[in-house]
Design a protein around this ligand. Structure first.
Ligand SMILES: NC(=O)c1ccc[n+]([C@@H]2O[C@H](COP(=O)([O-])OP(=O)(O)OC[C@H]3O[C@@H](n4cnc5c(N)ncnc54)[C@H](O)[C@@H]3O)[C@@H](O)[C@H]2O)c1
Length: 359
């Protein structure tokens, strides 16, 4: 099993990565000296696949286990379903030393983390991510949250997990489309931080898509290391952490304008990364060849790389002004200077963006 330490002083934690490791989790959670009452939060899709395994391990370690399920879908990541989680925890008398185990993708991870951070002023949370996106991104770093009718992820907290337990064997049941969406975030890590990871993605596509254990472990571990490194230096996104948003300013706008139904998050980010690389080229910050390489890798994984022609540019522009990351109407972008290095570029004007979208 591979282990990565996320260094955050008293909030430090381990990320464990392995194949078929769900049965080992109970003994590891036991090391935290928690109260015997513990809850798994999941959805019916994931729970039916892995719930039994996980529950058996947790019970075997001596815990009194409660299972809370919420329906499968982004539309249930809201305060109403957080309330449902609180109701169950209170009814079953989970206390301040209890823990929640999030078993699922990013939706389950985000809502469970949020519930854990607020229940009795904060209890422990253990992340067991089962999508590639959750394994390389959402389960690490401590951002939790739910959606509000006026905006995605608008209600949230920073709450670091006690442990992230990544079983790569769970990816075998994941839809191909979801796997590819997760790979978009892995490509992102290569572009923002690590040329070697990018090259690995370029030259090992077949192995990765065939879910070769070594290849998957390599890209997941490297992605987690990069995220852990960035988060350790800037837990609350006052600076460096924003580099993780490469591709996301345009990506989020595409998701919003298309009502979150047409593209998966990673697909929208893939388009965002390609367009933001072109923006970087427009501003003379990166070579043409590097921009083409970024697009070529995105294309090679069957991810979208162009803004669909039917998307209204004005809606995209106004949506970007609403982005949490826009400061006083001025847009900040994370732009690649070369594969493996980005810069934070402030003050991008609407004019440059119009030029980009028209090109
Ligand atoms: N907190 C953060 O830092 C952060 C970062 C990125 C994204 N997010 C959030 O993550 C969410 C998206 O996460 P996601 O892409 O994992 O989507 P998701 O959680 O909706 O999972 C996608 C689908 O796959 C199913 N699934 C999960 N694991 C499976 C498995 N092993 N086998 C078969 N099916 C499986 C789920 O039930 C769901 O239907 C969004 O809400 C986004 O806002 C959070």
């Amino acid at each position: 099993m591979e282990k990565i330490r996320v260094e955050l002083a008293e909030r430090s934690y381990d990320i464990s990565i392995g194949s078929n490791i769900l049965e080992g989790i109970g003994d590891n959670v036991k090391l935290f000296g928690l109260s015997p009452k513990i809850a798994i939060v999941s959805n019916p899709t994931v729970f039916s696949l892995y719930g039994e395994h996980l529950s058996a391990s947790v019970k075997k370690a001596g815990f009194d286990l409660l299972t809370v399920t919420i329906p499968d879908g982004e539309e249930y990541k809201d305060l109403l379903w957080v309330e449902h989680i609180y109701d169950e925890l209170l009814k079953h008398k989970l206390d301040r030393s209890s823990a929640l185990i999030a078993l699922g993708g990013g939706v389950i991870g985000d809502i469970t983390g949020f519930a854990a951070s607020t229940y009795m002023r904060g209890i422990s949370c253990i992340q067991v991510p089962t999508t590639l996106l959750a394994q390389v991104d959402s389960s690490v770093g401590g951002k939790t949250g739910v959606n509000h009718k006026l905006g995605k992820n608008m209600i949230g907290t920073f709450w670091q997990p006690r442990l992230v337990w990544i079983d790569i064997a769970t990816l075998k049941t994941l839809l191909r489309k979801e796997l590819l969406a997760g790979l978009a975030e892995v490509i992102k890590y290569g572009i923002i931080y690590d040329e070697k990871l990018f090259e690995f993605l370029e030259f090992n596509r077949k192995k990765i898509l065939n879910l070769d254990s070594n290849a998957l472990t390599f890209i997941i571990k490297r992605s987690c290391e990069i995220k852990a490194n960035v988060v350790s230096k800037d837990e609350r996104e006052s600076g460096l952490r924003s580099i993780l948003n490469y591709g996301h300013t345009i990506g989020h706008a595409i998701e919003t304008v298309t009502g979150y139904t047409r593209f998966l998050h990673g697909e929208a980010v893939a388009i965002g990364m390609c367009l933001e690389a072109r923006l970087s080229r427009m501003l003379n910050l990166i070579d043409k060849g590097q921009v083409s390489k970024i697009k070529a890798v995105v294309d090679s994984y069957g991810l979208p790389s162009e803004m669909p022609a039917d998307i209204d540019m004005n809606s995209i522009l106004s949506s970007m002004q609403l982005d949490k990351k826009a400061v006083a109407g001025k847009l900040k972008f994370i732009l690649p200077e070369k594969i493996g290095r980005v810069k934070i570029q402030k003050g991008i004007t609407e004019r440059s963006l119009r030029e980009l979208f028209e090109s």
